[in-house]
Design a protein around this ligand. Structure first.
Ligand code: ZN
Length: 238
C-alpha cells in the first residue's frame, strides 16, 4: 500500500479536527438541554400555585395551598428569648399578648415562629420518611404528608408572621391556653388561622395553636363575623 502523501495527511488531520469540534458541539448541547429541563423542573414543582398577592399589605398576604410566597418576599426578623424568630413588625403585639396572658396566670411559649424554605422542606421530608417506615409507598407517603405539612413556599411560617403557641404544661393545660387565645388573640391583631369549622375552606385541619398576625382591625372583624382569612380577603376583593 502506498504511503499517504502530504495532502492526504493534511485532509486527514482536518477531518479529525472537524469530528472533534462536532463532538464538543453535540456534547455541549446535550449538557445545555439537560440543564434547561432541570431548571424548568425545579420551577414546576410549584406549578399550579400562583404567587401570593401583596397589594392588601404585608399583614393581609394570603398564603395557602393555592398561593405561594413571592420569590422576592423580604422580611426582617426579631429573635425571641427562646431563640425562635418572628417578623419584627409583629413583635410588639406578640409580646403584649404574652405579657397579658402571663399576667392572667397562663404559662405559654412560642413553639414555632419563622421557618426557612429548607426547614419547611426538612419537616416535609421527615414526615414522608415516617409514613414510609409505617409501610406506605413513596407516593402514598408523600400524599399523606402533604395533608399535614404545607409544601415549601406555601407555609405561613415562612412569612414570619405566624406562630405556634403551646402551653408550658408544667403550669397550664393546653386547653386553658388555647381557650384564652381563642377569646383574646384578636385584641392583639392575631387570628386562629385554621379553626375547626373552616377546614373545608382553609384546606388545613384544626390547629388551635397556630396564630397568624393580620392587624387589630382585620382580626376584630374576622372575629366578629366568624370569617377565616380566605373569606375575609375574598370579601375585600371585588
Ligand atoms: Zn403553625
Amino acid at each position: 500500500m502506498r504511503r499517504r502523501g502530504r495532502k492526504s495527511r493534511y485532509i486527514h488531520k482536518n477531518i479529525r479536527r472537524i469530528v472533534l469540534i462536532a463532538l464538543v458541539v453535540i456534547l455541549g448541547s446535550v449538557v445545555l438541554r439537560t440543564g434547561g429541563s432541570f431548571l424548568r423542573q425545579s420551577r414546576s414543582l410549584l406549578s399550579g400555585v400562583n404567587q401570593a398577592d401583596t397589594s392588601l399589605g404585608w399583614n393581609l398576604i394570603l398564603v395557602n395551598g393555592d398561593y405561594a410566597i413571592p420569590d422576592d418576599y423580604e422580611l426582617e426578623l426579631t429573635e425571641l428569648s427562646n431563640g425562635k424568630k418572628v417578623d419584627s413588625r409583629i413583635y410588639p403585639d406578640l409580646q403584649e399578648m404574652f405579657d397579658d396572658a402571663r399576667l392572667g396566670g397562663l404559662h405559654l411559649f412560642v413553639r414555632e415562629g419563622y421557618r426557612t424554605w429548607e426547614e419547611q422542606q426538612a419537616i416535609m421530608d421527615e414526615r414522608i420518611e415516617e409514613y414510609k417506615k409505617e409501610g406506605y409507598s413513596k407516593q402514598e407517603a408523600k400524599k399523606l404528608a402533604e395533608e399535614y405539612v404545607a409544601e415549601p413556599g406555601t407555609s405561613e411560617h415562612q412569612l414570619g408572621i405566624a406562630v405556634d403557641i403551646n402551653a408550658d404544661t408544667s403550669g397550664s393545660s393546653s386547653d386553658e391556653v388555647y381557650t384564652w387565645l381563642d377569646e383574646n388573640a384578636y385584641k392583639y391583631g392575631f387570628i386562629k388561622r385554621y379553626p375547626p369549622d373552616k377546614t373545608e375552606i382553609t384546606g388545613v385541619n384544626n390547629e388551635p395553636w397556630h396564630y397568624r398576625y393580620v392587624g387589630e382591625e382585620a382580626a376584630k372583624e374576622m372575629k366578629d363575623k366568624n370569617l377565616c382569612l380566605e373569606e375575609y380577603i375574598g370579601q375585600l376583593k371585588p
